[in-house]
Design a protein around this ligand. Structure first.
Ligand code: PBG
Length: 347
């Protein structure tokens, strides 16, 4: 690359790093609260606000707790939420996932009443609703049956759209589910409900804390028969191509931090909205180290989110959404104060 080094001088990169104002002038990647999608865990009952022990600052909330939560998020500038449901009862067929009065369906209706402009994304999966904790319907020998599970996903997605979901986000990783969901939505007249597909979802150990949060630990086995092998990046492009072919509107790469190369590859290969999921384990590690005083939580969080965006993600699903938005606001206030100080000096 020709960087045009002058003969008489040498190039000084530090010139552009002297002050926060100059650094801000040449910054390539910036974050804003509107970049973040906050996941929320909705549980049955009333007056429930239960902190998740492995995810400090994240709560299981009952539907009546939602208005307060929504106003807090909106005040911070966060405009999208991703909903997970924890039903009162689980069964083999995940019937709580598509029940008209299921916990998620109630939550969606309540949110649309309280704050219609908040973008409500429904996670479409069965693992929080099955008594065995797997993402779909099991065959006699305990394997997840692809085609029966696809039918189930279409049914769940449709019930969420009926309840007011703005976007549905299938996270089950069955083959053919995007097409089945698109058909079901279209037939029911939900032509304008987009599909945000977890196109690239790795069989990751970083989901550990989520399984406590959503009570979705598989009773036996794991998810390696349908989630991706962490060793594969090129295969991720095939997954995205298939989902786009089937009608996905937005695609997710998940987890984020250990897969920044995959995010970059996806960004360079496809021209569609790309979302990264900064998952529960990534959040828990930052929180744990911060509690021990081993890292500077604010700086590590902002550096992490910046890296995910720099890698190519347009938006980020993150449990850090609230705090990061607060810190962004504080950062702006600090910058304004610095400018005030400068103008006082020059006055
Ligand atoms: C499945 C689902 C999972 C997550 C989001 N959707 C768990 C899994 O696949 O086991 C994980 C999110 C996180 O770890 O933050 N419904």
């Amino acid at each position: 690359m020709g960087v045009g080094v002058a003969q008489s001088d040498f190039r000084r990169t530090r010139r552009l790093r002297r002050s926060e104002s100059v650094r801000a002038l040449v910054r390539e990647t910036t974050l804003a609260p509107g970049d973040f999608i906050q996941p929320l865990f909705i549980t049955h009952g009333a007056g429930v606000r239960r902190e998740i022990s492995s995810m400090p600052g994240q709560y299981q909330l009952s539907v009546d707790e939602l208005p307060r939560e929504l106003h807090e998020l909106a005040e911070l500038g966060i405009r999208s939420i991703l909903l997970f449901g924890i039903p009162e009862e689980k069964d083999r067929e995940a019937s709580g996932a598509f029940a008209e009065n299921g916990v998620i369906q109630q939550a969606m209706r309540a949110i649309k009443r309280e704050m219609p402009e908040m973008v409500v994304i429904g996670d479409v999966c069965a693992c929080e609703y099955t008594d065995h904790g797997h993402c779909g319907i099991l065959t006699g020998c305990g394997e997840v049956d692809n085609d029966l599970s696809v039918e189930l996903m279409a049914r769940i997605a449709l019930s969420q759209a009926d309840a007011g979901a703005d976007i549905v986000a299938p996270s089950d990783m069955m083959d053919g589910r995007v097409l089945a969901i698109r058909r079901a939505l279209d037939e029911a007249g939900h032509l304008n409900v987009p599909i945000m597909s977890y196109a690239v979802k790795y069989a990751s150990a970083f989901y550990g804390p989520f399984r406590e949060a959503a009570a979705s630990m598989p009773a036996f086995g794991d998810r390696r028969s349908h989630q991706m092998d962490p060793a594969n990046a090129r295969e991720a492009m095939t997954e995205i191509a298939i989902d786009l072919d089937e009608g996905a509107d937005i695609v997710i790469v998940k987890p984020a931090l250990a897969y920044l190369d995959v995010i970059r590859m996806a960004r360079d290969t496809f021209d569609v909205p790309l979302v990264a999921y900064n998952v529960s384990g990534e959040y828990a590690m930052v929180k744990a180290a911060a509690q021990l005083g081993w890292i500077d939580e604010r700086r590590v969080t902002m550096e992490t989110l910046t890296a995910i965006k720099r890698a190519g993600a347009g938006r980020i699903i993150t449990y850090h959404a609230r705090e990061a938005s607060r810190w962004l606001r504080e950062g702006e206030a600090e910058a304004r104060r610095a400018v005030d100080v400068m103008s006082e000096w020059h006055a």
